[in-house]
Design a protein around this ligand. Structure first.
Ligand code: ARG
Ligand code: ASP
Length: 691
């Protein structure tokens, strides 16, 4: 009985779980419609007519954006456009702090390096990829054939470079899909709220509910006169999309059908208990500990000094983001008993596989492969988190690559406090020393530490002597060839070389080999799982390709006695507002709007409360990369922008639990309220189609 319960809770496809391929959404349509969806599969994805997919972009390399006007206006999250907003900011124009509102097309700001990609079409190319592989038993040979097939499929689909094409493996190579994109590179910044709105709540509220973040920014796509992608030019014109999203101003009600259409990055729903064990008992605790040490040191320094707070704000946010997620993930995995459930599922699978030669030994083989892989994965994690956590290694890495142009160095030193880095390096090196298997510790490092007497003394010595600790001692060296020769013997360069040499020659190749071997075994195990449960609708793990997730607007009970209502309001912002607390210090303008209840058409009555809706919860299966994704109603109208999940849901990358997994969206009405009332940019709203 227990075993069976375990089996079903991991293996059955449950309501709301899943990230489905748009071109195959027809298989889900019946279920979607029974839950309230009112459109057809062709409305979601079509190659014959304009469909919703034509209004969605991969924004940069890890977020989603959506087109909301016939003139190429694009919405994404503030945290997705953060880099661009920061790049345009200076002391005179501090757009991060004050926000940015282009009041005409001429004021929109170009962003070199930023691209947005529209999916033109996707196609199952499993058979074409398999051509020539039948009967090839040798794995390296099979891979070489696959690689060659991939290249020729991509080349053909790129249509002489007009499109960017990529073949992606799904279900661990049991299926291959070709994705053809049209990539635009003239994408201009149109508007961003002040960070005190766009990042309201900061790291304190990150991954949490209740949430009050106005996490949006506005861009515009430009094209050449033929509406084709073109490099930035003042002659380019706003892109005319095949489709743009209509915006629903009617708001959300609990239990409303909703779907998220975007680019989820990575999930691993079909891995064995070995990987869950590694995540839970090795990777997460160590990575969390290492980051806690870094954050403690940075935060203490930030409290001492306002300049340091600003200098380390963005670094702190990125260190804290994954740090907090891993903690939530660990708690979630424990709470769900994912490890035990996977183990009992595997024993069921093993019984089934016993009479099937293809699968009989797949789990033992995976288990064996993971045992070999673990020490390498663990060492790799330490190299990334401990060695990689020493900031000093960044300018050294530039130097080692023979990059002597001052730009990269200057950007680095602008936000660098060697005192903080030294304190962090002491902690990280001591941890590295204590936890990494001696065979993965560079000999030169051991010798230096022994000579100095301790890892602390080694770090002190390094920071006392290295010229890379400050702009003053480093920058003059770049243009002086004699100084460059001397710098090649700098203690920081020697440390970098010692670590990287061992990493690249001993750890990485073996890690990659084992990882590929494991992927090869998953190719078989995945197929086995699908045969083992023929009635189940499997969805492929996320891999930054376009997906549809559907569920409903709903709150939840994430812990005994705790209720998460499905929405928040401006009144909650005012409750949190505190000029003394950086994360909760809202713009005076917002306080004034609240005081006079000047909400214009965005005000709503909720019972006797007159307010503006801010964020809402839904049960859509999302992950990193889904940030900025449109959250849509049953008619495909925009309700909000996805930007996060609750803390209790972060284990959904390994196991989704429909009772507590919730994605968080900023309500489109709050976005419009901020654009209208704070930005005074009503002309942007006039471009949109409001319903
Ligand atoms: N947790 C969200 C995601 O993973 C938002 C991160 C940005 N916000 C922050 N305070 N760091 O991207
Ligand atoms: N905040 C994430 C993102 O940036 C979304 C998530 O992990 O739920 O994509």
């Amino acid at each position: 009985m227990l075993v069976l319960a375990g089996l079903f809770s991991v293996a059955m496809c449950r309501a709301d779980e899943g990230m489905w391929l748009p071109s195959l959404i027809g298989k889900q349509i019946k279920d979607m419609r029974s839950k309230g969806f009112r459109l057809t599969a062709e409305d979601i994805y079509s190659i014959n007519k304009a469909s919703l997919k034509d209004a969605i972009v991969l924004f940069g390399r890890g977020c989603t954006g959506e087109v909301v006007s016939p003139e190429g206006l694009l919405l994404t999250n503030h945290h997705c456009g953060y880099g661009q907003i920061q790049q345009h900011s200076s002391l005179e124009h501090d757009y991060l702090t004050d926000g940015f509102w282009a009041m005409s097309r001429e004021e929109e700001l170009p962003n070199p390096g930023l691209t947005v990609s529209f999916l033109v079409r996707m196609e199952d190319v499993t058979d074409r990829m398999a051509a020539g592989t039948t009967g090839v038993a040798e794995e390296t040979e099979r891979r070489a054939i696959l690689e060659a097939n991939r290249k020729s499929i991509e080349k053909e689909a790129s249509d002489e470079g007009r499109y960017s094409a990529s073949v992606e493996s799904l279900y661990y190579g049991n299926q291959y899909f070709l994705f053809v994109y049209e990539v635009f590179s003239d994408v201009r910044l149109v508007a961003a709220p002040p960070s005190s709105i766009g990042k309201f709540g900061g790291d304190t509220d990150n991954w949490m509910w209740p949430r009050h973040t106005g996490d949006f920014s506005v861009f515009r796509i430009y094209a050449d006169k033929n509406n084709r992608p073109a490099a930035y030019s003042p002659d380019n014109v706003p892109y005319r999309p095949k489709k743009h999203f209509a915006i629903s101003t009617k708001g959300v009600q609990e239990n409303d059908f909703t779907f998220v259409y975007g680019f989820p990055g990575t999930t691993r729903e079909y891995v064995t208990s070995d990987f869950v064990d590694y995540t839970l008992n090795w990777a997460n605790p160590h990575k969390i500990r290492l980051r806690t040490m870094r954050l403690d040191i940075i935060k203490a320094a930030q409290e001492q000094d306002a300049a340091t707070r600003i200098m380390y704000a963005s670094k702190c946010a990125s260190i804290a983001n994954a740090w907090k997620k891993w903690q939530g993930e660990t708690l979630g995995l424990i709470r769900l008993g994912t490890l035990e459930k996977k183990r009992s599922y595997e024993s069921q699978f093993q019984q089934w596989a016993a009479g099937r030669p293809e699968y009989a030994d797949i789990l033992p083989r995976l288990h064996g492969a993971y045992a070999e892989w673990l020490p390498y994965a663990f060492a790799r994690d330490y190299y990334n988190e401990a060695f990689g956590g020493v900031e000093l290694m960044k300018p050294v890495a530039l130097f080692v690559k023979n990059d002597f142009s001052p730009v990269g160095y200057e950007t680095f030193y602008k936000d660098y406090a060697p005192g903080i880095d030294r304190a962090i390096a002491k902690k990280l090196m001591a941890e590295f020393w204590a936890h990494v298997d001696p065979k993965f510790v560079p000999g030169d490092f051991v010798a230096e530490v022994e000579r100095a007497g301790s890892t602390d003394a080694f770090v002190d010595d390094l920071f006392d002597r290295s010229i890379f600790v400050s702009a003053e001692s480093c920058l003059p060296m770049l243009s002086d060839s004699t100084a460059r020769t001397t710098a090649a013997d700098d203690p920081a360069v020697r440390m970098y070389d010692a670590f990287m040499k061992l990493y690249r020659s001993v750890i990485l190749p073996e890690y990659k080999r084992l990882d590929e071997m494991i992927a090869g075994l998953y190719h078989i195990y995945m197929r086995g799982q699908m045969e083992f449960e023929p009635g189940k609708a499997f969805y492929p793990d996320a891999n930054l390709t376009l997906r549809v997730a559907y569920g409903k607007v709903e709150g939840c009970v994430p812990a005994d006695g705790v209720y998460h209502r499905h929405y928040t309001t401006l009144d909650g912002i005012i409750e949190k507002d505190n000029p003394e607390i950086y994360d909760y210090d809202i713009p005076q303008q917002l306080r004034d709007l609240y005081a006079t209840k000047d909400y214009g058409r965005w005000g709503v009555w909720i019972g006797s409360l007159y307010t503006v809706p801010v964020a809402f919860l839904a049960s859509n299966h999302t992950t990193g990369g889904n940030s900025g994704s449109p959250v849509l109603n049953s008619k495909g109208e925009l309700l909000g922008l996805n930007f996060d999940r609750t803390w209790q849901s972060t284990m959904s990358d390994l196991e989704f639990d429909p009772t507590i997994c919730r994605n968080i969206a900023v309500d489109i009405r709050y976005v419009l309220f901020v654009i209208d009332k704070l930005g005074g940019a009503r002309y942007l709203i006039d471009e949109m189609t409001l319903k």
